[in-house]
Design a protein around this ligand. Structure first.
Ligand SMILES: Cc1cc2nc3c(=O)[nH]c(=O)nc-3n(C[C@H](O)[C@H](O)[C@H](O)COP(=O)(O)OP(=O)(O)OC[C@H]3O[C@@H](n4cnc5c(N)ncnc54)[C@H](O)[C@@H]3O)c2cc1C
Length: 290
């Protein structure tokens, strides 16, 4: 089922993101964690794709297994910047043949030396290519409430988003953020710019000090003082930080729903206990009419 078709039920939805194994050695443990998350029966699960193509086959395998063993709809991520047109063509055919109708179309990070892609430069080219197949994919793409690090300013970033919507993207999922005001401001600006497709906020529960250091290294996310206080107070106690991080993420999600957001996407980091705790905290809220 296409994710866009699920939206017509007009109910609050929770979806999860998982990542596939990077190597054959960890295939079993990583896949099992992801499948366990699928048994929680979120609205859908998205499966990330390795930037260098290393996990490309595993992405599709995992997405297929999630659908077949749990009946949960899966979305396969696909990045294009490090691939040739021929490879992308093959990947799209494989996705279609596997019965996956939801695709997250991404550019992917540029190589560390900044060399641009040979055949692809931006996600909108991949979106257009997916549309041109005529396969009736539901296509998602990424957006950045705090602006993509390569963009000179938010206006330019939003102009690029419009190109993705015009190329045939059906919805956007956001980069993680820790202050909902940033999301609400972003939504106001994109709607003003004429972008009308749904936006699914991406929420990352931060459950350890190590994880926050990683997040800050990889993204330019703003950390509100309220969050910093939690880290200062509980960062050295693993169970306390886990509990505080889950509650913080839950509160963010409730506030998003309360302000009219239909779908919240949780970055689970393949941790079933964290996905389950968030879902449990929202058990009387998920499924409520909009
Ligand atoms: C929800 C989500 C899921 C992700 N999943 C994965 C994953 O599975 N695997 C992975 O490797 N990475 C993933 N990423 C990371 C993503 O690949 C990087 O953030 C990457 O740097 C940008 O990808 P993009 O698709 O947003 O690129 P683009 O949309 O191409 O944007 C990249 C930059 O180019 C600008 N731009 C875009 N289009 C144009 C245009 N036509 N003309 C001029 N400028 C333009 C944008 O403003 C931005 O600055 C994900 C990110 C998010 C938010």
């Amino acid at each position: 089922m296409k994710i866009t078709d699920m939206l017509t039920a007009s109910k609050q939805m929770l979806s999860f993101e998982v990542f596939p194994p990077k190597t054959e050695t960890v295939f079993k443990s990583v896949s099992e964690a992801a499948l366990k998350i699928a048994t929680l029966h979120p609205s859908f699960i998205s499966v990330t794709y390795g930037a260098g193509g290393g996990t490309s086959q595993y992405t599709l395998d995992l997405a297929r297994r999630i659908r077949e063993t749990t009946g949960v709809e899966a979305m396969a991520h696909l990045t294009c910047v490090s691939s040739t047109r021929a490879t992308i063509h093959d990947r799209i055919e494989e996705i279609h043949a596997a019965g996956i109708s939801n695709v997250m179309a991404l550019r992917g990070d540029l190589p560390k030396d900044g060399t641009p892609g040979r055949d692809y430069h931006h996600a909108c080219e991949l979106i257009a290519e997916l549309r041109a197949t005529g396969y009736d994919f539901c296509i998602g793409s990424a957006c950045y409430p705090e602006v993509h690090p390569e963009s000179t300013n938010q206006k330019a970033d939003i102009a690029a988003l419009r190109l993705k919507a015009e190329a045939g993207c059906n919805f956007f999922t956001t980069q993680m953020f820790f202050d909902n005001h940033l999301l609400f401001n972003f939504l106001y600006k994109i709607r003003e710019a004429g972008i009308t497709i749904p936006v699914f906020p991406g929420i990352m529960p931060i459950t350890s000090k190590k994880q926050i250091e990683q997040v800050l290294r990889l993204s330019n996310a703003y950390l509100p003082q309220r969050f910093r206080s939690l880290m200062d107070r509980y960062g050295d106690s693993e169970p306390a930080m886990r509990q505080a991080g889950i509650i913080y993420a839950t509160e963010q999600i409730i506030d998003l729903y309360a302000n009219g957001i239909q779908v919240v996407h949780v970055y689970t980091m393949n941790k079933p206990e964290i996905a389950a705790a968030i879902q449990q905290n929202l058990s009387n809220i998920i499924g409520m009419p909009l």
